[in-house]
Design a binder for this molecule. Structure first.
Ligand SMILES: [Zn+2]
Length: 240
């Protein structure tokens, strides 16, 4: 399966992050995802990270196309400016989408003590089950950081699926630790089609992972965002 990882869906123009997909581009993605055919053997599973405010509209758009998604919510940010409210989480669930946990604080799980880990996993799940009024057993690792200890703790806390940020196609049915295909700002419909056809190239991600190891996470993210910004500037006028 192609587990697609989206983040924010934003207006075109202005300063955008590395994973911010414009609304126009996302509409093209939805047309492709709703059309029969291109996903043979690599059925898409749409996931959306961080519980940002735009995801309520995204949930409605998906439903309009007969698609469903999984929304990974950061419980501690509910009601913050730019994030979903508690009642909106209920609305998204009522539309038939899955609600998953993206923990309470979005801290990297391997850095946490066993007690903190337990709170992040168990309490976020309970809270989301209350809001969604149904069981929650999918987890997305904040920042993609995990370890064997974290995966064991997640399983103990009742999660059946843990979506990592490791690049790759997943086997069906989804179970346990699951890789994904992160959708970046520059993913146009042609690239998405390649992903859905099982033809996405692995090497750019391998290089990215290598650079991350060499530079360290903080330097890597800073550099990545600066490059994305200069790329955006070059794209001005092409992708409003
Ligand atoms: Zn996240």
């Amino acid at each position: 399966m192609s587990v697609l990882t989206y983040h924010r869906i934003v207006e075109g123009g202005g300063r955008r992050g590395f994973y911010d997909v414009t609304r126009r581009r996302f509409a093209e993605h939805l047309d492709l995802l709703a059309s029969p055919g291109p996903a043979a053997g690599h059925e898409p599973c749409l996931t959306f990270d961080d519980g940002t405010a735009d995801h309520l509209e995204v949930a409605g758009q998906l439903r309009g196309k007969g698609l469903s998604g999984t929304f990974f919510v950061i419980v501690g940010r509910l009601g913050w400016p730019g994030y979903l409210t508690t009642s909106q989480v209920g609305e998204i669930a009522a539309m038939g989408h899955r609600i998953g946990s993206h923990t309470i604080t979005h801290r990297a799980l391997p850095d946490l003590s066993p007690a903190e880990l337990e709170i992040e996993l168990r309490d976020s799940r309970r809270r989301l089950e209350d809001l969604a009024a149904r069981p929650v057993d999918w987890l997305a690792l904040p920042g993609g950081y995990g370890s064997t200890r974290c995966l064991e703790a997640a399983s103990h806390a009742g999660y059946a699926v843990v979506r990592t940020m490791e690049w790759g196609y997943a086997g069906a049915p989804l179970h346990g630790s699951v890789p994904c295909l992160p959708i970046r700002a520059d993913c146009d419909a042609r690239r998405l089609r390649r992903i859905l056809e099982g033809r996405a190239r692995v090497w750019p991600y391998r290089i990215k992972e290598r650079i991350k190891v060499v530079l360290g996470e903080r330097l890597y993210v800073g550099l990545r965002d600066r490059l994305a910004l200069s790329h955006d500037r070059r794209q001005v006028g092409k992708d409003p």
